[in-house]
Design a protein around this ligand. Structure first.
Ligand code: IDP
Ligand code: MG
Length: 144
């Protein structure tokens, strides 16, 4: 077991539903701490770059359009095995397949408007955190 950091995005659908607080509470109740957070309205260029890994997928244009349809809350979460823990709390990509009690089961409408993003590996977490945050915008519990 190791303390890790991971990137979370509360997507435009969930921000519009006014459930930022309820989603952050899920993280906190499961042992993760918010150590950096901000509301952003992503530009098309930012969304394209962030999801570059999915460029060849048929849903890429739709995904970029959705992620730029309203503000998002980007956060750095920290805790034991934060990458896997966050994925577990989020639930499956398709809310129809998400387990009971997960964020996507409770707040997501569809496979594209699925409430949250979470890094899928430690390496991607580091890159995704650096994509959105400067060092002085993150307040690790390990340092304070
Ligand atoms: P993840 O968010 O669970 O890691 P990924 O496979 O990395 O899932 O896909 C990134 C995002 O792309 C998903 O969260 C979802 O918003 C969107 N997406 C994935 N598959 C589809 C699809 O088949 N149709 C439309 N959008 C999709
Ligand atoms: Mg993914």
């Amino acid at each position: 077991m190791a303390i890790q950091q991971t990137l979370s995005i509360i997507k435009p659908d969930a921000v519009k539903k006014n459930v930022i607080g309820e989603i952050l509470t899920r993280f906190e109740k499961n042992g993760l701490s918010v150590i950096g957070s901000k509301l952003l309205f992503l530009s098309k260029e930012q969304a394209e770059k962030f999801y570059e890994i999915h460029k060849e997928r048929p849903f890429y244009a739709e995904l970029v359009a959705f992620m730029t349809s309203g503000p998002v809350l980007v956060s750095v979460l920290e805790g034991e095995e934060a990458v896997a823990k966050n994925r577990e709390i989020m639930g499956a990509t398709n809310p129809a397949e998400a387990a009971e009690g997960t964020i996507r089961k409770d707040f997501a409408e569809s496979i594209d408007a699925n409430a949250v993003h979470g890094s899928d590996s430690h390496e991607n977490a580091i890159n995704e955190i650096l994509f959105f945050f400067k060092e002085d915008e993150i307040f690790s519990k390990l340092e304070v």
